[in-house]
Ligand binder design. Structure first.
Ligand SMILES: [Fe+2]
Length: 359
């Protein structure tokens, strides 16, 4: 039996060798089919451009590599810089995947023709419809909420209710938020356009801007710092920054995290605004199959908890529980919209911010 197999192998090798010899003497284009079939047997690589930079992500990449044999190559950078790099590299890019925060940013990448749609039953099953692009160009992998963060020594949670209430005269000079050109704010206002209509959204932006204790400045963490410093009572912020500050190496940030409370607004009405960190296959991906396998792995129950927890985000896969830290804030009602609409309303939101003078 062994001999037979050996004999067959020898024949195969001779024939294959003859064919290979034949093609090699021909043009390079004829050589390609043989090379391609050889490549298909190898698991190959997947190249990821990501705005994340967590050690625990590397552990997940290792698990994926062990499971599939596919090597994960990572380029880290800021989301907008990586998008610009994709743009400049064009079809020469080595990136197969682009990962960044905020559905609004993914919308820009899609509109800039940098992404391609993905069909995957696994992703459709693991990622709820509202957390992915309506044409399947990107898929949310972790959720965050944009909430009211308040000074625990000056504000009682009972005094808080809705985003809209923060735009009424009662809160004059008592709120802070980062500038209007920030995507988190643009997406927040885009969601309001959807749930309350354009005119009401504009009224809200106008009222909130008028109530600000100072000119919009800094990032989300700086808003919490202003609240603790007594400059304002309530800040508009993403949930995960409170978590990240609570484990910060900077003792000042740790203290800030202890002194603020997190309030999920609009629980009796339209729900709290949520957004996602999301991943997409690039338009010119050379390893599309591997890229989809990688996305499917990230969406799995095995990977989701760890992936979301490190940034204090909520898992996108509803079968996976959030971390104990997030559970301590309790469950909350989310806005009932598809995140695709954030991109669609983006230009309207930017126009409103300009019109109402939110700098
Ligand atoms: Fe952020």
């Amino acid at each position: 039996m062994k001999k037979k197999v050996f004999a067959f192998s020898m024949v195969f090798l001779l024939v294959f060798g003859a064919l290979a010899g034949c093609t090699s003497s021909n043009t390079t284009s004829e050589k390609q089919p043989a090379d391609e079939s050889k490549e298909k047997k190898e698991p190959g690589v997947v190249n990821l451009y990501t705005s994340r930079h967590y050690e625990s992500d590397n552990d997940l990449y290792k698990i994926f590599e062990e499971k599939t044999g596919i090597k994960v190559n990572v380029v880290e950078g800021k989301g907008d810089e990586l998008m610009e790099r994709l743009n400049v590299e064009g079809d020469a890019t080595e990136a197969d995947l682009y990962f960044t925060a905020d559905a609004g940013n993914l919308h820009i990448a899609k509109e800039s023709d940098l992404l391609q749609p993905v069909e995957s039953e696994v992703l459709s099953k693991n990622i709820p419809e509202n957390l992915r692009d309506e044409d399947n160009y990107w898929f949310g992998m972790a959720k965050r909420a944009r909430v009211l963060v308040y000074a625990k020594d000056r504000v009682k949670p009972e005094e808080l209710s809705t985003y809209e209430a923060m735009a009424t005269p009662e809160w004059k000079g008592r709120v802070v938020a980062r500038p209007a050109d920030n995507m988190y704010n643009i997406s927040l206002l885009s969601s309001f356009i959807e749930v309350m209509g354009k005119e009401n959204a504009k009224e809200w932006a106008k009222g909130f801007a008028e109530n600000m204790a100072r000119e919009p400045q800094g990032n989300d963490r700086d808003q919490a710092k202003a609240v603790v410093a007594g400059e304002a009572d309530v800040a508009l912020m993403n949930t995960y920054y409170v978590g990240l500050m609570s484990v910060s190496e900077d003792p000042e940030e740790k203290k800030v995290a202890e002194k603020v409370g997190v309030f999920f607004p609009n629980q009796e009405t339209t729900g709290t605004h949520i957004n996602v960190s999301a991943i997409a296959v690039t338009k010119h991906a050379k390893n599309k199959e591997n890229a989809i396998k990688f996305m499917e792995f990230l969406s799995s129950e095995e990977a989701q908890g760890k992936f979301a927890e490190v940034n204090f985000e909520y898992p996108a896969n509803p079968n996976v529980q959030p971390s104990e830290f997030l559970k301590s804030w309790g469950e909350f009602k989310e806005q009932d919209i598809k995140l695709s609409v954030l991109g669609k309303n983006q230009q309207k939101a930017i126009k409103i911010f300009n019109e109402v003078g939110w700098k």
